[in-house]
Write a protein that binds this ligand. Structure first.
Ligand code: ADP
Ligand code: MG
Length: 356
């Protein structure tokens, strides 16, 4: 499958940025086998495996599903990418025409009515903020801006600047009611970069299920959504990228609907004086979280797996694992700076280590 490899270098003494290599790869080739179940619409009975990819959300979206005819598969694929593109436009933080940008422009002025989709993502984001005690915070945008992660002008903000931004980074200030969102302080801003992709993958899986598909996988640059097993009943195998090498460090199998989402410090970062500064910030300190190299979360939905992978990255190994052990059907694999794999109880014995 094609992979985005958009390696960019800033000029002169500016920091170097490596933008987006896939956090997760599909490790095993998918074998085409006949399915046993007959469903309406794009039935998978006698289905063939179709694979597509499309550049959306700043990444290559990989889509694989079993379907009876190529005409039907093309129709479904197009509907899926159209819907994912529509949601990306609503939720984007960089597009001035998005609902999120409208909310940000109205900060300190007035509530902004939003679509049910935007309201749902914000509700999910606040839930994750609350269970992670604020490690995940969708109002992190002003801090991301100070570090230059929003527009690509990377810098290390002085401590007094970071202190000043505490007043506008706090999810508890956000007001959501009657289908409208309000950021009550001027200077507040939302960034849904830690959760939107997961939500969009879930909606993609819904669309596939509604089209009668029962064996599918969507990989949105490390946010992997899975629908059922492969057509022969076996598990999809999702490989976790080695955070400091090119290969796969471990494989997680899954054979039912759910998500496997990775956040890594190798996805978006710059280096200055030999120190790596990556894009997941700790809202308490204003600094990039640095206790882990990578966090993979397995959960029933991609929206929660996405937000939680970002949250656990901030919480670090002890608090992160403690949180996961308290959440039903949520599991995690964390990779420490010593390249140790910390695996939550429900995944032990299931994660397959690869040779490094
Ligand atoms: P990716 O899409 O690159 O896999 P992640 O899901 O790991 O990203 O989330 C990282 C993104 O989340 C950042 O680029 C930023 O937009 C946002 N973010 C950074 N820190 C936080 C935080 N503490 N809480 C919520 N969102 C964050
Ligand atoms: Mg995330």
């Amino acid at each position: 499958m094609a992979r985005a490899d958009q390696r960019k270098k800033a000029l002169g003494k500016k920091p170097v940025l490596w933008r987006k290599q896939h956090g997760v790869l599909i490790a095993a080739a998918v074998v085409v086998l006949a399915a046993a179940v007959l469903l309406g619409g794009c039935s998978t009975a006698g289905g063939k495996l179709f694979g597509y990819s499309e550049l959306l959300m700043d990444t290559d979206i990989e889509l694989q599903f079993y379907c009876r005819s190529s005409g039907e598969s093309r129709r479904v694929k197009q509907a899926l990418f159209n819907e994912m593109g529509r949601l990306e436009q609503l939720l984007s933080c960089s597009d001035p025409g998005s609902e999120v940008s409208a909310i940000n422009r109205a900060a300190g002025k007035e509530p902004v009515p939003v679509s049910p989709e935007t309201a749902a993502v914000i509700r999910k984001a606040l839930e994750c903020s609350s269970i992670s005690s604020g490690a995940f915070d969708p109002t992190i945008a002003p801090l991301l801006e100070r570090w230059g992660f929003r527009e690509g002008r990377y810098r290390i903000p002085p401590p007094e600047e970071l202190a000043q931004f505490r007043a506008v980074v706090d999810y508890r200030l956000l007001e959501a009611k009657d289908g409208a969102i309000y950021l009550p302080r001027a200077g507040m801003a939302l960034d849904l970069g830690g959760i939107a992709k997961g939500y969009i993958v879930d909606r993609g899986l819904d669309l596939l299920a509604e089209a009668g598909i029962s064996h599918a996988l969507i990989n949105a640059g490390g946010d992997v959504g899975i629908l059922g097993p492969k057509a022969d009943g076996s598990s999809w195998r999702v490989g976790l990228k080695h955070p400091r090498g090119g290969g796969i460090i471990a494989v997680i199998p899954r054979d039912k609907r759910g998500a496997i989402v990775t956040s890594g410090d190798y996805e978006r970062f710059f280096e200055e004086d030999g120190v790596r500064y990556q894009h997941i910030l700790d809202p308490r300190t204003g600094m990039p979280a640095s206790a882990l190299l990578s966090v993979t979360v397995v959960a029933p939905t991609a929206v929660e797996a996405d937000a939680l992978s970002t949250a656990l990255f901030v919480l670090g190994p002890q608090r992160g694992l403690a949180l996961v052990e308290n959440l039903p059907e949520v599991e995690a694999v964390m990779i420490t700076p010593q390249l140790e794999l910390l695996i939550s109880s429900g995944l032990r014995g299931l994660v397959e280590r690869s040779g490094e």
